[in-house]
Design a protein around this ligand. Sequence first.
Ligand SMILES: Cc1ncc(COP(=O)(O)O)c(C=O)c1O
Length: 449
Amino acid sequence: MQTSRILQAYAEKTPASARLFERAAGLFPGGVTHVGRYLRPHPLFTARASGSRKWDVDGNEYVDYFGGHGALILGHSHPAVVAAVTEQVAKGMHYGSSHELEVEWAELIRQMIPSAERVRFTLSGTEATMLALRVARAYKGKPMVVRFLSHFHGWQDHVAFGAEVPPGILPEVAGRVLLCPPGDIAAFRRLCESRHDIAAVILEPTGATFGQVPLNGQFLRDLREATKEHGVLLIFDEVISGFRCSPGGAQQFYQVTPDLTTLGKIIAGGMPGAALAGRADVLGVMEHRVTGQGLRLPDVAHQGTHNAAPPSAAAGIATLRLVRDTDVIEAANRTAAEIRREMNGVLRRKGMAWCVYGEFSAFHIYPNLERVPVTPEDIHQGRLPWSKLKGATPMELLQKIRAGFLLNGVDLMGWPGGLVSGVHNRRDVDHTVAAFEKLLDLLAAENAV
Ligand SMILES: Cc1ncc(COP(=O)(O)O)c(C=O)c1O
């Protein structure tokens, strides 16, 4: 890896990031604060961001598709969000009590998300999925949950493993989770028919990683039917897709209403914040009870110092209003479609077997190392096994793709791919497509593809 021209050139372009990394390396495991931000020889250190762009500590400018890990549908520091947060911070950061903004925030969510009869705020999407599974188990009085391989639900113990269980996760916890191949309704039905202790099934309704392993509406409808038949709660993890696929999330787009929904990212407009929403009777397990012996704590006593933090509520309200009242979602979707189409044009011109695909405001780059001809349509129709789409590209190549894009002024998610905001524009697209072309030349020059 050390001899890669791409990585060398990236290092030469970012000396101030390298200096900060020297300090970070002695402080953080791996020198980073999130496994997804890892990059060799050093990660990018950002100094500021605005709209669709960010600038690193050397002053280099990038078109940003990391987008606050998908939280920034309005781009960086949208004036309405900055004004709302600034006003709130001056009035108080944390009241340690109920407040009006949390009510307004939840009212907006209930108005926008079809399944949201009740809402409970959490700090992160991981907490939201943790709460969803606990609430589902408490409500059903059953221990097992079903997940789909490759779907991502954060880093808590019930969801942070696939076919292999990594060290640190108790086998007893992993043993309470049943794994199903993604998109396989027959396998899910077989599971439900073979046992009666399943409380819930959780999935990303767009398919894993916002459509990196796509699903379709028919699967969601079949799953809704099967869960109803077998008395299993259906949980849509809409931490990415909520407010992004449409103002009402994937559930509004596909017209399939789950029992529970986890929401994050866009919900708090770039501030920390997430939520569990869903059926009033199910979320009722979080309500105090009056019994013959007096007032009792809820079955699920949910805490969290930063739940519904006022600055997060302020940012969330400002963001959700714009998502509801403007065409920001359509704009993001349109721009992402242009990026996908024009990147595929570059691939065709170069005669390369790679493929760029995705739906809504995402683009996913499939390096197609086996060079079997494939179109976006093939991928969307499920003609490629999920294991080829997620987790198959060698990490060294993924790092070169990310560094090569950075070298050419574009910051991507490590998938590799990106999430587009409503403020990315034509200039950004042109810059991105040109960067893609240069990246491919650089990779070819070092025989990396
Ligand atoms: C679908 C999905 N669920 C859950 C999470 C976890 O959210 P958080 O990073 O806020 O803990 C993520 C984060 O990327 C996600 O994409």
